[in-house]
Write a new protein. Structure first.
Length: 294
């Protein structure tokens, strides 16, 4: 090393500043990556009752915000990335009388690509830990050779981090496009029929959550007599209050047909003593009950 003279100043301070700048660049890019990763993990899956979706999403965002990079990477590889043969089967939930919305976005990788990606992500976590916890132990920044080696290491590290960031950005873009498609579908009449009325795209009806079932139950709360509701009065009330809710909309020819198909109500007929006319009554059925009363 040349002797330090006014014409040959000590090069270490300048080299240290270069190392500091490049270390800062790596750390900023790592933070960019971590912020984007938190968003991908938080928004890639959402499931719950329609009225609680916003609260559930906020909880997921808050939860992801508290996770370390290593934990986030584990969540990414376990849920967002998947192998073709490990495609998730839909859960067989018990019937519920509420609208339940589920959204999941995943990227399918070949077995080889999945293993490579998982290993590369682990290396990224190790690199982050090395930069944060062991950088000064690894390089002597008070010597020219140490600074030069550190600078080369940081250049290589930045390329690695930036490559991961660009890949994650592409995944996030694909996820956002999928979410936009979902938003477009939500705005269609078919979606509104499915969510509000329980009429699926193939025409089948989910009777427990259907709009017409909800109307019959609401009519019960207003018109029931000793636990039973006169069907004629319920029909009249629904026609005035919810005129769009008709048996035809659900593929039924009559209200009796609706009650029979829905399997949500008991029904009975009673003859009037004064004129012999028959009055039809209904009531909400316990889940275990299956027989109509005539």
């Amino acid at each position: 090393m040349d002797e330090i003279t006014p014409s040959h100043p000590d090069p270490v301070p300048d080299l240290q500043r270069t190392v500091q700048r490049k270390l800062g660049r790596c750390m900023l890019q790592l933070q960019q990556y971590e912020r984007l990763l938190k968003a991908v993990v938080a928004y890639s899956e959402l499931s719950g009752p329609l009225e609680r979706l916003q609260a559930i999403r906020d909880e997921k965002v808050a939860c992801a915000h508290r996770k370390t990079l290593g934990t986030l990477v584990g969540m990414l590889t376990e849920s967002y990335l998947k192998l073709p043969e490990l495609a998730d089967e839909p859960e067989q939930a018990e019937p519920i009388d509420q609208v339940w919305v589920s959204f999941r976005c995943q990227i399918e990788l070949s077995e080889k690509r999945y293993a490579e990606t998982k290993a590369a992500l682990k290396e990224l976590v190790d690199l982050r830990n090395e930069l944060v916890h062991h950088f000064l132990q690894r390089f002597d920044l008070w010597a020219v050779d140490g600074c030069v080696a550190a600078e080369a290491y940081l250049d290589e590290s930045y390329e690695t981090i930036d490559g991961h960031y660009l890949t994650l950005r592409d995944w996030a873009k694909s996820m956002d496009e999928a979410r936009q498609l979902m938003v477009s579908f939500i705005q269609t009449p078919e979606y509104r029929d499915a969510v509000i009325n329980g009429i699926w795209i193939d025409g089948t009806v989910h009777w427990p959550s259907s709009g017409i079932t909800a109307c019959l139950r609401e009519a019960e709360t207003k018109l029931a007599q000793a636990g039973w509701t006169p069907l004629f009065e319920a029909i009249h009330w629904i026609a005035k209050t919810y005129p769009e809710q008709t048996p035809k909309r659900y593929g039924c020819g009559s209200w009796r047909h609706v009650i029979h198909e829905s399997q949500q109500f008991d029904i009975r007929k009673q003859s009037q003593a004064n004129n012999g006319a028959t009055v039809v009554w209904y009531r909400s059925r316990p889940r275990e009950t299956s027989n109509e009363q005539e």
